[in-house]
Write a protein that binds this ligand. Structure first.
Ligand code: DSN
Length: 415
């Protein structure tokens, strides 16, 4: 069999792949859930493991020829245990949403009750939004952040849990800039005799590095994405105590997924090895420091922030406080025009549609991976503020775009 390059086989896709590398190089990537994996992780994900079916788990597969697959999956599991300290780990979920589905299927019946944070307050679709499987299969009530402070109101969550009597409480969020007090959520779960799922999708890397307190050992289940702050192969992960191991593993396969994406699991194994190196701790600390600098720069430029700042890798700007007529979408588009990529985001008390939204969410994981330090990040914050303050001004747009390119050139990516 002869092999050809993508360029030879499919120039259209080759063009798009090359254009994407250029786009990643020449823009400031500030979507809080994105990151840049190493070339070693890319190599693992592009490997022949994509060819292999391996339903089952290491040592117990439904297919032959799994000896190398077993090595890779076992390494991913052992490294994950070392990173997060969990008793049991399942690295097969195809995504963070799939990880949450695996947990629900392991301990809930259709019609059971979920208590989770509202999407517009920082939650996630898979925590029970009505358009999502979780909202269709289960009875869901949602808590909100305190409208005055933007912080979680743990007393309110406790009272809500006592009243609603949920079967599971979901903590862990997609747009919450503050540290989560896992014990306080656990108290509410205990009061309702409910399970507690902590979804650390966004902060897997921060938790592994000790930059955010860990819910492992507090919550019954911890789920995450493996390509966000932890910067490994794409997908999801479930962690739990040994007592739930069989229920979780059975829920994932045969309960919900077929063959594991072994090329992605190889990427997880490689990324987890990288995250066990001391440099990863420095990276995670710099990611949080950069987010704090970004928050301060926004505030110095008159922008309002949900919760007034950040403890994590992301900042949530409430544009209503400074720019009544600029929507999140307006800001997202103006920023993309100058080469700064982030997303419009709903904010607590949102009155616009989620496609338009009144806020923007900005994250520092990807910029920090490419080497952005405190000074670079302050400059980025100023460029964002300048762009939003001068939407429609072509001179400002050209000046900012030039500075964005200079920052990208000074911090090269995938050379
Ligand atoms: N899409 C992710 C995020 O941006 O937060 C969540 O799945």
């Amino acid at each position: 069999m002869e092999y050809d390059t993508i360029r030879a086989v499919d120039p259209d896709v080759a063009d798009a792949l090359e254009a994407e590398v250029e786009r990643e190089r020449d823009t400031l990537e500030m979507i809080a859930s994105e990151n840049f994996v190493s070339e070693a992780v890319l190599e693992a994900q592009g490997s022949t493991l994509t060819n292999k079916y391996a339903e089952g788990y290491p040592g117990e597969r439904y297919y032959g020829g799994c000896e190398h697959i077993d090595t890779v999956e076992s390494l991913a599991i052992e490294r994950a245990k070392e990173l997060w300290g969990a008793e049991h780990v399942n690295v097969q979920p195809h995504s963070g949403s799939q990880a949450n589905m695996g947990v629900y299927l392991s301990v809930l019946e259709p019609g059971d009750k979920i208590l989770s944070l509202d999407l517009t307050h920082g939650g996630h679709l898979s925590h029970g939004h009505k358009v999502n499987f979780a909202g269709k299969l289960y009875e869901v009530e949602q808590y909100e952040v305190d409208p005055e402070t933007g912080y979680l109101d743990y007393d309110e969550i406790y009272a809500h849990a006592e009243e609603f009597d949920p079967d599971i409480i979901v903590s862990g969020y997609s747009a919450y800039p503050r540290q989560v007090e896992w014990e306080r959520i656990q108290e509410a779960a205990d009061a309702a005799d409910a399970y507690h799922l902590a979804d650390i999708a966004h902060i897997t890397g921060l938790v592994a590095a000790g930059e955010h307190p860990s819910p492992v050992g507090i919550a019954d289940f911890v789920t995450g994405s493996t390509h966000k702050t932890i910067r490994s192969g794409r997908g999801g992960i479930i962690m739990c105590d040994e007592e739930y191991a069989d229920a979780v593993d059975t829920a994932v396969i045969p309960g919900m997924q077929g063959g594991p994406l072994m090329h992605n699991i190889a990427g997880k194994a490689v990324g987890f090895k990288e995250a066990l190196e001391p440099e990863f701790g420095e990276y995670a600390a710099q990611t949080v420091e950069n987010a704090k600098i970004l928050a301060q720069t926004f505030q110095d430029n008159g922008f309002g922030l949900v919760s007034g700042g950040t403890d994590t890798h992301l900042v949530l700007v409430d544009l209503r406080e400074s720019h009544e007529d600029v929507t999140g979408k307006d800001a997202e588009e103006a920023l993309e025009d100058v080469g700064i990529v982030l997303n419009a985001n709903t904010v607590p008390g949102e009155t616009r549609s989620p496609f338009v939204a009144s806020g923007i969410r900005a994250g520092t994981p990807a910029l920090t991976t490419r080497g952005f330090d405190a000074d670079d990040t302050e400059r980025v914050g100023e460029l964002i503020a300048r762009t939003i303050n001068h939407i429609g001004d072509e001179d400002v747009k050209a000046e900012v775009a030039e500075e964005v390119q200079a920052l990208c050139d000074a911090n090269p990516l995938y050379e």
